[in-house]
Design a protein around this ligand. Structure first.
Ligand code: ZN
Ligand code: FE
Length: 256
């Protein structure tokens, strides 16, 4: 049973930050701090005091504000073990399978390398929520910068095993561009067509398309659908491995 309140806020051109708040203890966590001022403004707006900052990966749009937020709030910063560029200000380094507590709830760390080598995701089983950073987006996945396609497929495969009703908070509003691409590789998927139309209307209204659920992504996100016979037929890859189909889809997106 979910106990926490969640507050999504946009920053920079297309990033999302999230605050997680326990109304009972007052404990509050933030996912990433690409823009320290935006994190502090969101806290101010909600009247919440930051106790924890969880960093997904080293890219500047996720870390530039860490020192400012830490200085202003005294929060504890949890982030990935150094497998890419160092992230300044981390108090607690975590990796695959590590768990830690937040307001009495367990937080599980899932390493999902590919976009960067240091990428970690934060899963709260008791809340049914996962923060996927730049690994899994609504209808998309992160561009593979530091890892390779096989590594990214393994990472997405870990997320695919979470309970289907898991709520997915990702870090960017890329959804309409993702929808356009998804329809190019999975044009006959009625669930995808319906979801793309829904997202068009939401964005026209200025609404965020984040969060979504894993069940929705499994039904419509082509990067999770390498095993789908319709996509395989469309790509002419019926006999290939899931990893090979994923690699083809990801490289098509890179050139879309
Ligand atoms: Zn990134
Ligand atoms: Fe990013």
């Amino acid at each position: 049973m979910a106990r926490f309140a969640y507050h999504l806020f946009p920053y920079l051109s297309d990033n999302y930050g999230v605050l997680i708040h326990d109304p009972e203890s007052g404990a509050t966590a933030a996912i990433d701090a690409g823009d320290g001022g935006a994190v502090l403004a969101a806290l101010e707006e909600k009247g919440w005091n930051l106790t924890d900052l969880w960093i997904t990966h080293h890219h500047a749009d996720h870390t530039d504000g860490v020192s400012l937020v830490k200085e202003k709030t005294g929060c504890t910063v949890t982030g990935p073990k150094g497998k890419s560029s160092a992230i300044a200000g981390i108090d607690r380094e975590v990796g695959e399978g590590d768990t830690f507590g937040f307001a009495g709830a367990e937080v599980r760390v899932i390493e999902t390398p590919g976009h960067t080598l240091d990428m970690i995701n934060f899963h709260l089983p008791s809340e049914g929520v996962v923060f996927t950073g730049d690994t899994l987006f609504a209808l998309g996945c992160g561009r593979v910068f530091e890892g390779d396609f096989a590594m990214m497929w393994d990472s997405l495969s870990k997320l695919m095993k979470l309970p289907a009703d898991t709520v997915i908070y990702s870090s960017h509003e890329y959804t309409l561009a993702n929808a356009k691409f998804a329809l190019s590789v999975d044009p006959d998927n009625p669930a995808l067509k319906a979801r793309a139309a829904k997202f068009e209307a939401m964005r026209a209204d200025g609404k965020p398309t984040v969060p979504s659920t894993l069940a929705e992504e499994l039904a419509t996100n082509p990067f999770l659908r390498a095993a789908d016979s319709g996509i395989r037929a469309h790509l002419g890859m019926e006999g290939e491995s899931d990893a090979a189909v994923f690699a083809e889809i990801r490289s098509r997106k890179d050139n879309f």
